[in-house]
Write a protein that binds this ligand. Structure first.
Ligand code: DGL
Length: 280
């Protein structure tokens, strides 16, 4: 089973593309709505919450967890992969021969694949928009520079966009004005590529495209992450072979399911029925 984690509804804009590209797998989508948004929280809190979510998804039987949330990917993924996962006491380890335990649980994020896609298309000037925490972490800048040290990166936090989108204000003139204000400094930088580094921003994709102008490619993260996951699974048969393939999906939220079902269905583009769960 594949676990998809987000702080709330936003990851559904990513999961929508994963489910369409890889419909054969079983999934659990977990939204930590009771503690969302993560975007203004401290790195320590984001790490703590994300670890609890990953642990819960592992206990549900996920061999692989994708952090669809940019904030969680930016602030928690590296530490999870480098420190937490190597210490993880797997309740059902896969054994081969005498005492040899194969570590087969994996956690992936969205920043690396999106940075790779940006580096593949940019001519040198990349913009990144995201939550306050994602931008403060400079995780995108780090990945982009690792892939191509010659890239110049400009980052801007847009903290008002998540609440506006969740209020259903995406199409309102107030939101368009706020977006214009946020993008103004980036427009002066003559970007050729813009990364939408937040799960909610694809809801405003057309607005971003219109405001950035023809010379700037605005990257929609969902299809990029879905293609990258498909590629990862084709390169890692030791993980892929363990995934169950009945095409089932469970939606779970840590807050009431009614609001999740209403707003989540809009983000996912299909009606969904979530179950409330406790993860900590
Ligand atoms: N899912 C978050 C992200 O992609 C946005 C919402 C939040 O701040 O929790 O950064």
């Amino acid at each position: 089973m594949i676990g998809i984690f987000d702080s709330g509804f936003g990851g559904l804009t990513v999961f929508k593309h994963i489910a369409a590209k890889l419909p054969q797998y079983d999934y659990i989508y977990l939204g930590d709505n009771a503690r969302a948004p993560y975007g203004n929280r401290s790195p320590e809190t984001i790490y703590q919450f994300t670890v609890e979510a990953v642990d819960w998804l592992f206990k549900q039987g996920c061999e692989l967890v994708v952090l669809a949330c940019n904030t969680a990917s930016a602030e928690a993924l590296r530490k999870i992969q480098q420190e937490w996962l190597p210490q993880y006491k797997d309740p059902s380890p896969h054994r081969r021969g005498e005492g040899e335990v194969l570590r087969h649980r994996r956690v992936l994020g969205v920043i690396r694949p999106i940075a790779e896609a940006a580096v593949a298309v940019t001519t040198g000037r990349v913009g990144v928009v995201g939550t306050r925490a994602t931008i403060a972490s400079h995780a995108y800048e780090r990945e982009l520079k690792k892939l191509n040290p010659d890239v110049t990166v400009f980052e801007t936090a847009c903290p008002l966009l998540v609440p506006l989108i969740e209020e259903g204000w995406a199409k309102k003139s107030e939101t368009k004005r706020i977006l214009r204000t946020y993008l103004h400094p980036l427009r002066l930088k003559q970007l050729d590529t813009l990364i939408l580094g937040c799960t909610h921003y694809p809801i405003l994709l057309n607005e971003f495209v219109a405001k950035m102008g023809k010379q700037c490619k605005v990257l929609d993260p969902g299809p990029i992450v879905a293609a990258s996951l498909a590629d990862y699974l084709s390169r890692h048969p030791e993980i892929e072979n363990k995934l169950t393939k009945k095409g089932n999906t469970r939606f779970c939220t840590t807050d009431t399911s009614q609001r999740f079902n209403e707003l989540g269905s809009q983000f996912f583009g299909k009606s969904i029925q979530a179950k409330r769960v406790q993860i900590s």
